[in-house]
Design a binder for this molecule. Structure first.
Ligand SMILES: CC(=O)N[C@H]1[C@@H](OP(=O)(O)OP(=O)(O)OC[C@H]2O[C@@H](n3ccc(=O)[nH]c3=O)[C@H](O)[C@@H]2O)O[C@H](CO)[C@@H](O)[C@@H]1O
Ligand SMILES: C=C(OP(=O)(O)O)C(=O)O
Length: 419
């Protein structure tokens, strides 16, 4: 199994090109099921989750091809299977996003129920309730969600009990082909939801209000393919910025979108970073200074993203001062904490809050993470730790970071993949 070894690397410096966003690419690829003609998606990162999505689409009968430049072409004229099997769903929870599109276009979908995962139970009740409100009949049997609708789904007024990115996306895709108007209230406002809505509109959907908490969708009879470019990955961007901050470095993220990172950039500035932005780039300069501790509470967008929580734990572990980080989205998203403690960090968990006292130096160690962003945080910690850090189970990282070792190498980080 591949591992990464990381050595203390000094201040990161230079430019890093940001990839397309995993969390926008996955729902957009699933939206391919809705299109009656060829659909071309560009700026798709080369990631394990993207490969899983392509495999899922192929398993339904779609033709999927990928060019070297990250363009994926999907043709769903021969779809003849309507089941997302357990073998695929267990490796990627976002497979649940196939449910809305399959049901809306074909009236039938069997999707393996995604189980809980390392960061929490992650139920899908909001996805199912919303689809039921649109007229779907759903039963959960033998570990599968079996959803059916006679004719078309019907527009509905849906109030979401909780803000859910995935449920908003699933319902958005389902409503795009439903009969009549759907209103989603208390919708997720994440930039990836906006990207999906823009893509659906480019296919011929009639969606307004994406990015606000009320989204209106006027169902249309059919959607056609289009060419769509996926937005930049704000979490990959934030991860490199934190890596630069803890190494007291100066880097520029190019092909990035600063407008999607306001909460993260504000915290980096509070930590002492000088941040400059352009239309599609972000520069961070620590001017050789150690970061200052920053308090954080994760919130749905536009609040501070849970997907950046682990990385800021490392920032605080190395900062001047003491800070708290409170996780409000997932109930079990602090698995990096014991590993960081093994590397010499001073941190303590009290319920959903981590209290962190900054230290000047961490120590390299053999560490292991059980989820994507926790793994990223351990790589960042390794860049400033004395000695060698080995991060095991990097298939988690490969779900969400494209060419991570090459990108760090380009900034002067000594990150090496060992097969
Ligand atoms: C592929 C993708 O885009 N993943 C992102 C997406 O995950 P995902 O879409 O799975 O996350 P949600 O926004 O749905 O989850 C938010 C909270 O709602 C709960 N919930 C969700 C659905 C539901 O039916 N019932 C329910 O109770 C979840 O358990 C969680 O506590 O948003 C998360 C929150 O920003 C990010 O961390 C993930 O990186
Ligand atoms: C939690 C994440 O992804 P997923 O929802 O695919 O598990 C993530 O991207 O940090």
């Amino acid at each position: 199994m591949d591992k990464l070894t990381i050595q203390a690397s000094g201040a990161l410096a230079g430019d890093v090109v940001i990839s397309g966003a995993k969390n926008a690419a996955l729902p957009i690829l699933m939206a391919g099921v809705l299109a009656e003609t060829d659909f071309v998606v560009s700026n798709v990162p080369n990631l394990r989750d993207v490969n899983t999505s392509c495999e899922l689409l192929r398993c339904l009968g779609a033709e999927v091809s990928r060019s070297d430049e990250g363009k994926i072409t999907i043709s769903t004229t021969h779809l003849n299977e309507f089941c997302a099997p357990y073998e695929l769903v267990k490796t990627m929870r976002a497979s649940i996003l196939i449910l809305g599109p399959l049901l809306a276009r074909y009236g039938t979908a069997d999707v393996s129920l995604p189980g809980g995962c390392a960061i929490g139970a992650r139920p899908v009740n909001l996805h199912l309730n919303g689809l039921e409100q649109m007229g779907a009949q759903i039963e959960v049997k033998e570990g599968y969600i079996k959803a059916r609708v006679d004719g078309r789904l019907k527009g509905a007024h849906i109030f979401m009990d909780m803000i859910s990115v995935g449920a908003t996306e699933n319902l958005l895709m389902a409503a795009a082909l439903a009969d009549g108007e759907t209103v989603i209230e208390n919708a997720a406002r994440e930039p990836e939801v906006i990207d999906l809505a823009n893509c659906l509109n480019a296919m011929g959907a009639k969606i307004s209000g994406a990015g606000s908490d009320t989204i209106r969708i006027q169902g249309v009879e059919s959607l056609s393919g289009c060419e769509y470019r996926v937005m930049p990955d704000r979490i990959e961007t934030g991860s490199f910025l934190v890596a630069a901050a803890v190494t007291k470095g100066k880097i520029r993220c190019v092909d990035a979108d600063p407008k999607t990172l306001e909460a993260v950039l504000a915290k980096l500035e509070d930590a002492g970073a000088s941040i400059t932005t352009g239309e599609d780039w972000i520069e961070l300069d620590m001017q050789g200074q150690r970061p200052k501790a920053v308090n954080i509470k994760t919130m749905p967008y536009p609040g501070f993203p849970t997907d950046m929580q682990a990385q800021f734990c490392v920032l605080n572990a190395l900062a001047e001062g003491t800070a708290t980080i409170t996780e409000t989205i997932f109930e079990n998203r602090f698995m990096h904490v014991p590993e960081l403690i093994r590397m010499g960090a001073t941190m303590e968990l009290e319920g959903n809050t981590c209290i962190i006292k900054g230290c000047e130096q961490l120590n390299g160690a053999q560490v292991m993470a059980t989820d994507l962003r926790a793994s990223a945080s351990l790589v960042i910690a390794g860049l400033v730790a004395d000695g060698v850090t080995t991060v095991d189970r990097i298939y988690h990282l490969d779900r969400g970071y494209e060419h991570i070792e090459e990108k760090f190498k380009g900034l002067g980080g000594e990150v090496v993949r060992v097969s």
